[in-house]
Design a protein around this ligand. Structure first.
Ligand SMILES: [Zn+2]
Length: 338
């Protein structure tokens, strides 16, 4: 089968590799219908996360179940499924508490930018749609595998709620999904921080009420200006840099909350400043699995269209161009069709 392999920084190749097989009785093998490039894949592509040897890449997928192990009972061959980027049993104490990404038996589906992929803990990880979805809904469902669920968690962690003011730091696919989430969770005023015209347009379409183009101190000042000088109730940090975290913490009102889902790279937090700010801080890899049933329903009913974050569709063989376009910020997010 064809699969995307990262050989090193900037070096993405699509190669012939053996098809995955059922390795444990709890596995499923799915035939990928669509997959995509994640902003977090770019950490490896840019050489920030080391790639010591060539390895398969990709963790977002929707597909048709091809084969299941003998212990799998909730999905069966032929069904269309979506799953989280971290496999979970969905039954342990951490899963039951709503933190499936910290499942005590978690596993990592990798190499999803391929024609077939093996998904561990299939019963706990995969959610089947009631029937084969319409072609037009595939990008929306694919977005649930990571970015939309991650934006959802950011808004939950930031305690977005009816009447609240929310700020979204980051205009990538997760940030834009965060705008959808803040709106669906009831935030009244949603301030999106973005400098890119096409991303601003999508943020407004998704429910943003204000756009802030300034960054740093000026960005904080602009948010304060829009929030009666106090700061926002809920801030979604969707980047993971020192600058974006700083932006998020300083844009939050005393007693407000920051939900951070950008994977932190060299982020330092000043404990004393946090102490005196009264800002609540919660983040981590989003428990996407917890939200899948609800988000699938919102997509199938046409209530949300997170698939609009895919502004580039390529064949799997063109994966390298997808990485390049996202790296150069020519594309928000690249969808790959095997
Ligand atoms: Zn678990």
């Amino acid at each position: 089968m064809r699969a995307t392999i990262i050989h090193g920084p900037g070096d993405i190749r699509v190669e012939d590799v053996p098809e995955p097989k059922i390795a444990a009785p709890t596995d499923a093998v799915i035939r990928t219908v669509a997959t995509c490039v994640c902003g977090s894949d770019l950490w490896s592509y840019r050489g920030i996360n080391p790639v010591p040897e060539p390895q398969p890449i990709g963790h977002e997928y929707v597909g048709i179940v091809e084969e299941v192990g003998s212990d799998v009972s909730t999905v069966k061959p032929g069904q269309f499924v979506i799953g989280s980027f971290i496999a979970s049993d969905n039954t342990c104490a951490n899963c039951r508490a709503g933190y499936q990404t910290n499942c005590r038996h978690r596993d990592f589906p990798n190499g999803c930018q391929a024609e077939y992929v093996r998904i561990p803990l299939a019963d706990g990880t995969l959610v089947a749609t009631p029937e084969q979805p319409a072609e037009a809904l595939i990008p929306d469902l694919l977005a649930l595998s990571d970015v939309m669920g991650t934006g959802w968690y950011a808004a939950r962690a930031a305690e977005a709620r009816p009447g609240a003011t929310a700020v979204v730091v980051g205009d990538g696919a997760v940030g834009l999904s965060g705008v959808i989430a803040a709106k669906e969770q009831g935030a009244e005023r949603i301030i999106a921080m973005s400098r890119h015209a096409s991303r601003q347009k999508l943020a407004l379409e998704f429910g943003a009420t204000d756009i802030v183009t300034e960054r740093g101190e000026e960005g904080v000042a602009r948010v304060k200006e829009l929030t009666n000088g106090i700061g926002a109730d809920s801030v979604l940090e969707c980047v993971g840099t020192q600058e974006s975290m700083h932006q998020a913490l300083l844009s939050t009102r005393p007693g407000g909350n920051v939900g951070f889902v950008g994977m932190p790279h060299d982020v330092q937090i000043d404990g004393q400043q946090l102490f005196f700010s009264h800002v609540g801080l919660r983040g981590g890899p989003a428990p996407v699995r917890a939200y899948l049933p609800d988000l699938v329903e919102r997509v199938l009913s046409g209530r949300i269209n997170p698939g609009k974050v895919f502004d580039l569709t390529l064949s799997l063989d063109e994966a390298a161009e997808g990485y390049k376009a996202m790296d150069e910020r020519r594309a928000i997010k690249a969808l790959l069709r095997p």
